[in-house]
Design a protein around this ligand. Sequence first.
Ligand SMILES: [Zn+2]
Length: 170
Amino acid sequence: MLEEQGIEFDNIITMKTAYESNREESTKVAAGYTFFYFYKESAHAAVSIEREMLTGKSDLDKEDYEYLNDIRKYLALIHEIAHVKDFRLKRNINWVTGKTDLIKAEIFAEISTLKYLTKNSSIYNKYARKLYSERLIDYLNCTDIYHREIAMGVTKKLTLKKLKQWATAI
Ligand SMILES: [Zn+2]
């Protein structure tokens, strides 16, 4: 990705996770990615957001499709910026010690995104928060343990009651 975008780097920072040992160097969710790399002896992060977020939802008319696609890109961006913040603070993504917990990093990003949407409350953000909360509730019920653990970490802090409330709002 960095080469494609013409971003100069010396080397990619490979994340080590307590969850899966050979996960690739980026953290990812939905269609957003963050790449961490070194360039001229300092650490950097680059966020990438996919253009199309709604494959398989082609039954929507063009206007609705674009609206929903944009809102998902917006959510992915807030989420990925939270990873960059985490990376800068070296909390769950610690590139100095190499101790990175991707589950905790995802929980941090999920909670940060919901907090951002709550703090900057507009109709648009409330709708975005609704979609985001629905997604986390789906995670709780999915068979994938990785996503379930992330959702459980979020509800532990914010409660399932709150997520359900946000998911049904508007
Ligand atoms: Zn993430």
